[in-house]
Design a protein around this ligand. Structure first.
Ligand code: KMT
Length: 187
């Protein structure tokens, strides 16, 4: 995304990349399921298989809309750069929004998600979320075991074990390969 910091619900498009490049630069995975099939539970076999293969034993729903209580305060929390100790997995059911993730050069990549998209943010990645101008999104959340939603804001997250594992994993896989990031990974 471009460097604009105003109007955070705009696209801020600088250059488009595909999901393979996204995954190589960040570890973020994007899956797509037909929206008609995911609204009915157990209708999509590949979704059921993914849940089984990844061990997603917990699921619930999150809805973010302008009529909700403390909307602005909630947006501030979602849009503050943070990480989690576990993967963040969201299947978009309705509406749309932006997940922004830091790539291996610490630049923001903005991911515009729509119904049918399933996004998996690895534990320890710095990210933030904001709805687009529809101001509405409904998503299923998946989790392995007992859910922990606590955001750990930057820079506190720098010392979190999940951050170290994330950096080491990216580094080992040869994705974090600039001088700057080699130094960061080693320190
Ligand atoms: C989170 O934890 O940041 C979220 O769940 C964001 C939005 S889900 C569409």
């Amino acid at each position: 995304m471009n460097d604009g910091t105003e109007h955070s619900q705009d696209e801020h498009l600088l250059e488009e990349i595909d999901t393979t490049t996204l995954c190589a630069r960040t570890g973020v995975e994007i899956w797509y399921f037909h929206p008609d099939q995911i609204l009915v539970e157990h209708e999509n076999l590949s979704l059921t298989k993914l849940k089984h293969d990844r061990g997603y034993t917990y699921e619930d729903e999150i809805k973010i809309e302008s009529s909700m209580e403390n909307y602005e305060e909630n947006l501030k929390i979602f849009f503050t750069e943070h990480l989690h100790s576990d993967d963040e997995i969201r299947l978009i059911l309705e509406g749309s929004g932006f997940f922004d993730v830091r790539d291996c050069d610490d630049k923001w990549i903005r991911i515009h998600v729509f119904p049918g998209d399933l996004i998996i943010l690895p534990a320890g990645i710095y990210h933030r979320f904001i709805p687009d101008k529809q101001n509405y999104i409904r998503a299923r959340r998946f989790f392995v075991g007992e859910p922990v939603w606590t955001p750990i804001n930057r820079p506190d997250g720098d010392k979190h074990p999940s951050r170290k594992i994330y950096i080491e994993h990216r580094y080992r896989n040869g994705k974090v390969n600039t001088e700057k990031n080699l130094t960061n990974a080693a320190s």
